[in-house]
Design a protein around this ligand. Structure first.
Ligand SMILES: *Cc1c(COP(=O)(O)O)cnc(C)c1O
Length: 388
């Protein structure tokens, strides 16, 4: 074991099962380890490095802010945070934004908003939130409760009460729960990322939206992984023709720096008032300046590029030797392989391609602008690894 890996084992909490790769630098879709070995990055730090490593435009925006001021407390006004909120609202038709630092925090905020809204409108006993089985919403005690997978709950009971789990793509199962528990909100991922990169069916999402509108149940869409251009639209819900009440996002928003956002629709825009919520680092100027540069770039031509790359991956992997199926949306792709996914990822590392897993699938989350020659090379290697 290398010295670094040895020290990691000794001093860093053992919460991650790491692959033996020590990345020291990168540029775009290429990453390098300490020995100078080069890897094509098909994971972008789990959908975080939206335009790849050390992207020039993003880095300039971040460095410019770094030379102005690194942090301003939320008791004062700050330009990057306001500019980002305005950009997000104008691009989504939504009305206000609360900034935190992670996906879990964005979801915590949405849950607080839903509870307060429902308590004021429908009574304090209307607090339940329906999420879907196989979902993932974060690691805090409350977002774990929102996560509809038992494996994550083990050893951490009791979790926050007030969550119930419906079957994905089964509207009746949502309706049954909503008639059993007084329901404040339903929270979904349009594509279940950690759950295996499984897109929800359009008829289910549309039906759910109509049901929520009719019952004044808030619809929360967790876009932590699907957001910020990943699926070929700015946000994945835009592929479904719905308008959520709350959209949460993080991962790709900052292009590599920690930032989370909870975006409020018209119904809930003023639910939170002074003292209801806060975060010391939330809306940090450097993270926000990076995010402004990311959101400004997600125009039609970048999004078209996402679709083109996505089509290339689907066309080349579907039906290939050793590949059972390919699922997902845009540049969020899950591959069911005959070999165990972990073995595929390990063999790909040996051949200079970094992929991820999601449950029993190989997961690809490349940069939205990954150069075609690198994409072709990576897909060829993935195909060869899966076939042998
Ligand atoms: C990653 C993820 C989260 C949690 O985000 P953190 O930044 O790790 O807290 C929540 N929801 C979804 C859908 C995610 O993919």
């Amino acid at each position: 074991m290398s010295d670094l890996q040895d020290r990691d084992k000794n001093y860093v909490a053992g919460t991650y099962s790491r692959f033996p790769v020590e990345i020291v630098k990168g540029k775009g879709s290429l990453l390098y380890d300490g020995d100078g070995s080069q890897y094509i990055d098909m994971g972008t730090g789990i959908a975080v490095n939206t335009f790849g490593a050390c992207d020039g435009i993003w880095a300039e925006a971040v460095k410019a802010q770094l030379d102005r001021v690194q942090h301003v407390s939320n008791i004062f006004y700050s330009y990057p945070c306001v500019e980002l909120a305005e950009l997000l609202c104008k691009a989504t038709g939504m009305r206000k934004v609360f900034f935190g630092n992670s996906g879990a925090e964005a979801n915590e905020c949405a849950i607080k908003v839903a509870r307060k809204y429902a308590a004021e409108r429908h009574g304090v006993d209307c607090y339940n939130i329906i999420t879907l089985k196989n979902s993932f919403h974060g690691r805090t005690i409350t977002t774990l409760a929102a996560t509809g997978q038992d494996v994550f709950h083990k050893n951490f009971q009791p979790l926050t009460p007030g969550f119930a789990y419906a079957d994905a793509n089964d509207l009746q199962s949502v309706k049954d729960l909503a008639s059993k528990f007084k329901t404040a909100a339903v929270m979904i991922e349009c594509v279940q990322g950690e759950g295996g990169v499984l897109p929800l069916e359009e008829s289910f999402v549309k039906g759910l939206y109509n049901f929520c509108v009719e019952k004044d149940i808030l619809l929360i869409v967790d876009e932590v992984q699907t957001g910020n251009g990943r699926t070929g639209k700015l946000y994945a819900y835009m592929n479904y023709g719905i308008q959520p009440d709350l959209v949460t996002t993080a991962k790709g928003l900052g292009g590599g720096l920690p930032i989370g956002a909870c975006i409020f629709g018209g119904k809930v825009k003023d639910v939170l008032s002074y003292g209801d919520h806060g975060s010391t680092f939330g809306g940090n100027p450097i993270a926000a300046a990076g995010a402004v540069s990311i959101i400004k770039r997600l125009d039609e031509s970048v999004l078209d590029g996402v679709i083109k790359r996505s089509n290339y991956i689907f066309e080349n992997l579907s039906g290939a030797d050793g590949i059972v199926s390919v699922n997902g949306m845009g540049l969020m792709i899950g591959i069911q392989t005959e070999k165990p996914a972990k073995q595929v990822v390990t063999e790909c590392i040996g051949r200079g391609v970094l992929c991820l897993t999601a449950k029993d699938r190989v997961r690809l989350l490349p940069a939205l602008n990954i150069p075609f020659n690198l994409l072709e090379k990576a897909i060829e290697i993935i195909k060869q690894v899966c076939a042998r």
